[in-house]
Design a protein around this ligand. Structure first.
Ligand code: FES
Length: 106
């Protein structure tokens, strides 16, 4: 599935799960925009002081950037990114916008 790396349609919603393209000091990757803990806005998360983990803004649960980079296979070409999402190939798909934190906006 292809979507925008930034701007109006920077979020792909697959089977109800939102994903965004994030750019950090440690590289770029597609990630879930919703925290698996209680659904917090991971797209607004900041990096830990060591800059190797993402810190959820709701309850400060930390997720390794290494793990996030390996979760969703994706390739960027220009302003679009193509990703392979988990789940059924015929899952419902939508697009929308999620603002990104400074740490995730590159
Ligand atoms: S919702 Fe993210 S840590 Fe609780």
């Amino acid at each position: 599935m292809t979507f925008s790396v930034a701007g109006r349609n920077n979020c792909a919603v697959v089977a109800g799960e939102p994903y965004v393209y994030a750019r950090t000091d440690e590289g770029a990757f597609v990630m879930r925009a919703r925290c698996p803990h209680r659904g917090g806005p991971l797209h607004l998360a900041g990096l830990s002081p060591e800059r190797n983990r993402l810190v959820c803004p709701w309850h400060e649960r930390k997720t390794s950037l290494t793990r996030l980079r390996q979760e969703i296979p994706a390739v960027r070409r220009g302003d679009i990114v193509t990703a392979v999402f988990p789940g059924q190939p015929d899952a419902a798909v939508g697009f929308g916008h999620r603002p990104l934190s400074v740490d995730l906006a590159g």
